[in-house]
Design a protein around this ligand. Structure first.
Ligand code: ARG
Length: 463
């Protein structure tokens, strides 16, 4: 690049030699921030409209600028736009193209503005749109979960603690636990959106501007709730991006937990569910394999999203006010977190409604694991035995069951009475899996009746 080109840079006035070629590449962000073009153009149109309303631009100039920007948007969308590294970033690429299109008026667009408030505006607008898309994907997933939970409200499976069979639960109840996690995630996402929705435009480089700007107007034109309160904070704050990545990390943590369960449940050892072939892949060497790649990959993607959260926290740590070039590094982690969240939600929202429960296997697994042992203890307590003694009696019965290969419900009354003569014929009502789940009939409990009620309450809350 020649020195003449160098002084053609929008900031080239005080420079006398060209930027080192490596430095130009090193400092440029166009390779990734071109993705902000749509929001950058919207921000510029709002800014120009505001400048005209306060008399800084004429109506004619504003109209020329808007027409030029819309043409540029169309060129970019048609693939007819040449991004240039020497113009550093999306902002200067678009501004240069505007000036090329409409001449000197293009150079007036940047009046009362800096790339610092411009980029802060662009990322907020970008993220706000993505948040809205993500919120609706999250809702689609949640509604799919509710459908399956309702269908499986009576399906009995083992509930686990320490991954050891603990007590019988209904599959619908298990799925509703996922639903609750996602409801909190949706709340965190909504909080993030509410906090980011303020307009930094007008903060300019850091201290504000001497033009008679109307910040409320540009904020309103862009759908922001209000202008930000402090110009220094406006250009340096990226905590909305950190907050989004925190949301993303927690969401992916939740999806990784569900993924892990799907992986376990599709294994031959559990065989609790079946995922349709279209969500699985085969092995190039083992012909029998059907691998749950989609949940495995979602589980794995949690790592990269956690990494992005740490990147942004570390990027912001100890940064003095106001804007620093460090902040250019906010984009790639943020973009990738957004893309990853969207892909993982899509995978889950498509996959969950398509899963089928192998009810017989679930039932059999619950039956095998002495999962009604607590019910037997509760039965003895209801008959007047202190809980600790009941625990002891049941423990002995389980040891006998392990020795003889019998579940509690398969023992005769005489066999059970060896451990306590408090046990009577009515014990078999509590030793069945159906009786066990039906008895947990309170808000938040696993009884099929409660699961159905919880599904309909959740549906109301979701819609
Ligand atoms: N590309 C820059 C970024 O992403 C835009 C703001 C540049 N501002 C500046 N003063 N160099 O942060």
């Amino acid at each position: 690049m020649s020195e003449q080109d160098q002084t053609a840079k929008p900031w080239g006035g005080r420079f006398s030699e060209a930027t080192d070629a490596f430095v130009e590449r090193f400092t440029a962000s166009i390779g990734f921030d071109w993705r902000l073009y749509h929001h950058d153009i919207n921000g510029s149109i709002a800014h120009a409209t505001m400048l005209e309303s306060v008399g800084v631009l004429s109506a004619e100039e504003k109209a020329q600028i808007i027409t030029g920007l819309e043409e540029i948007r169309a060129d970019i969308e048609a693939g007819n736009f040449q991004w240039s590294v020497s113009l550093e970033d999306v902002h200067m690429n678009i501004e240069a193209a505007l000036t090329e299109k409409i001449g000197i008026t293009g150079k007036k667009l940047h009046t009362g503005r800096s790339r610092n408030d411009q980029v802060a505006t662009d990322i907020r607008l970008y993220l706000r749109d993505e948040i809205d898309t993500i919120a609706s994907e999250l809702k689609r997933l949640q509604s799919g979960i509710l459908d399956i939970a309702e269908r499986e409200a009576d399906t009995i499976m083992p509930g686990f603690t320490h991954l050891q069979t603990a007590q019988p639960v209904t599959f619908g109840h298990h799925l509703l636990a996922w639903f609750e996690m996602l409801t909190r995630d949706a709340g965190r996402l909504a909080d993030c959106r509410a906090r980011l929705n303020q307009s930094p435009l007008g903060a300019a480089a850091l201290a504000g501007t001497t033009y008679p700007i109307n910040r409320a107007l540009s904020a309103e034109l862009l759908g922001f709730d209000k202008p930000t309160n402090n110009s220094l904070d406006s250009v340096s704050d990226r905590d909305f991006a950190i907050e989004f990545c925190a949301f993303a990390s927690i969401l992916l943590t939740h999806l990784s937990r569900a993924s892990e369960e799907l992986v376990l449940w599709t294994s031959a050892q559990f065989d609790f569910i079946d995922l349709p072939d279209r969500f699985c892949t085969g092995s190039s060497i083992m012909p029998q394999k059907k691998n749950p790649d989609v949940p495995e990959l979602v589980r794995g993607k949690t790592g990269r999203v956690n990494g992005h959260l740490i990147s942004l926290l570390t990027l912001m740590k100890s940064q003095p006010l106001a804007y620093n070039k460090d902040n250019q590094e906010d984009k790639e982690p943020l973009f990738d977190a957004v893309d990853t969240v969207k892909d993982c939600l899509r995978a889950f929202a498509d996959m969950i409604p398509a899963l089928t429960a192998r009810k017989d296997n679930m039932y059999e697994a619950a039956r095998r694991g002495f999962s009604t042992a607590t019910d037997l203890a509760d039965y003895l307590v209801r008959k007047g035995m202190p809980f600790r003694d009941a625990h002891e009696v049941v423990g002995k019965s389980v040891a006998y069951g392990i020795e003889t290969g019998k579940d509690l419900s398969e023992m005769s009354l005489e066999e059970l009475q060896q451990f306590s003569d408090t046990i009577a014929a009515d014990v078999f009502e509590v030793l069945t899996l159906e009786g066990s789940v039906a008895a947990r009939n309170h808000t938040g409990g696993t009884a099929p009746k409660q699961v159905k009620a919880a599904v309909s309450a959740a549906r109301k809350q979701l819609n």
